[in-house]
Design a protein around this ligand. Structure first.
Ligand SMILES: *Cc1c(COP(=O)(O)O)cnc(C)c1O
Length: 418
């Protein structure tokens, strides 16, 4: 049925129709992964006896909160780990990853990142930029990294580094984040883990942000000792308004729980304040919403390829995260892309995004976001630094039908309809 709500140039509509035909096989694959993960989730809810009474709020210390205790168990079941912590108290992905790192590392330990330079916000946590504000470096935790080789983990260099330096913790970032390297599959992460475990006693931690539920397995199923991510990305299903999760080996999760609150108290405290229902509901919906975001990403790639733009990943590539970058060639295109996408947002559609000097960036950045949850990048959103290669990174889409229109409006605003 032809939609009658948005005026789309016929050239863009035709390209979108062609793109849809091209990507049907990928949609079928995404549906299979989604169904598998959704049933994994449903069975975890059933197995752990999730009940309505668990949505009740606790206040104060939050002792004995059954909702809090049970959602940890559900997360452990889904991620196939011995234990997990899934909380609204984690303020964002960076905080969640930091709690895991501080929980596991001690003065004198070496953290070795084997996937090149980690995500920007982690630099301050590690102390790469050398500020004395309580970073891991301030506490005497050492840091080194193994660079990627042609955008891929360099297994030989990893083996050598692990043998020579005996790290306490090996750190892997699954998603491309805002770089142009490919994201890692769980199979590739498994290869790294094998090399690390064969040559050291190091624990392996994976930054799983943007990666959850894009495959039928998670990094924890290929040997990662701890995985962590944000609930305003994949794992919160677009419903959780804040939070994060950490899943992994029981002894490590216990240590991490002492950093999450305090030594002695660990996981036994933490009022849920009525948040449990949306955490359960969001986590439950996550596999489905990730499927919608993946479809949006594949469609975006296919549509912009038709207009001659470079994409990473391409519409035909396998995907291990929800991030899509489109090389838009110049500043004007970047700005129009973001402004057009904003026009198709359910919230703040009337806002016109402008480039601004974002702290920590060496060029201006423009962003499109019209989300129900502030900064939630599981909702359709785009960021673009105004510099070579003029790439827009977009991700999310709570439901494909709506996100598809956002992407078409981005193309239209760029004048691709002629
Ligand atoms: C988003 C992200 C983070 C940090 O999460 P925030 O919620 O923005 O703090 C870390 N690593 C990767 C790969 C991410 O995508």
């Amino acid at each position: 049925m032809k939609q009658k709500f948005f005026k789309i140039d016929s050239k863009i509509q035709a390209a979108a129709d062609e793109a849809m035909k091209q990507i049907q096989p990928h949609f079928a694959e995404i549906d299979e992964i989604t169904e598998y993960n959704q049933l994994k989730m449903l069975s975890a809810f059933i197995e752990n006896g999730v009940s309505e009474s668990m949505f009740a709020e606790s206040t104060g210390y939050g002792y004995g909160d059954r909702g809090r205790e049970t959602i940890d168990k559900v997360a452990a079941s889904v991620f196939k780990t011995e234990d997990a912590l899934l909380r609204h108290n984690f303020t964002c992905g960076t905080h969640t990853l930091a709690v895991a790192l501080y929980g596991m590392l001690r003065p004198g330990d070496l953290m070795l990142c084997v996937t090149g330079t980690p995500y920007d916000t982690i630099h301050s946590v590690i102390g790469i930029d050398g500020k004395g504000d309580g970073s891991l470096a301030d506490f005497g935790v050492k840091y080194e990294q193994v660079e990627l080789k042609d955008g891929k983990p360099d297994l030989d260099a990893i083996e050598k580094a692990v043998k020579e330096k005996s790290p306490k913790l090996v750190y892997i970032q699954r998603s491309r984040g805002y770089s142009l390297r490919p994201s890692l599959s769980c199979e590739e992460i498994g290869e790294i883990v094998k090399v690390v475990k064969a040559n050291s006693d190091a624990d392996v931690m994976v930054d799983n942000c943007y990666g959850e539920f894009t495959q039928t397995i998670e990094p924890s199923e290929v040997g990662a000792d701890v995985i962590a991510g944000s609930l305003i990305k994949n794992a919160g299903g677009g419903i959780a308004r804040t939070g994060g999760y950490i899943a992994g080996r029981a002894d490590l999760i216990e240590k991490i729980s002492y950093r999450m609150t305090t030594p002695g108290l660990g996981r036994e405290v933490g009022a849920t304040l009525g948040m449990s229902r949306e955490l359960f509901m969001g986590f439950f919906n996550a596999p489905h919403v990730v499927g919608e975001a993946l479809k949006t990403a594949v469609f975006t790639a296919a549509l912009f390829e038709r207009f001659g733009f470079g994409t990473t990943p391409t519409s035909e590539d396998k995907r291990y995260d929800i991030v899509q970058s489109v090389m838009l060639e110049n500043e004007e295109n970047l700005i129009s892309f973001c402004q057009g996408m904003q026009k198709g947002a359910p919230v703040d559609s009337f806002v016109v995004p402008e480039p601004w000097d974002m702290p920590g960036y060496d060029s201006q950045v423009i962003m499109a976001a019209g989300a129900f949850t502030g900064g939630a990048s599981i909702e359709l959103s785009a960021d673009a630094p105004l510099r070579e290669p003029y790439a827009a990174w977009m991700q999310g889409g709570l439901n494909f039908h709506s996100a598809k229109m956002g992407v078409m409006l981005a193309a239209q605003e760029m004048g691709l309809g002629g």
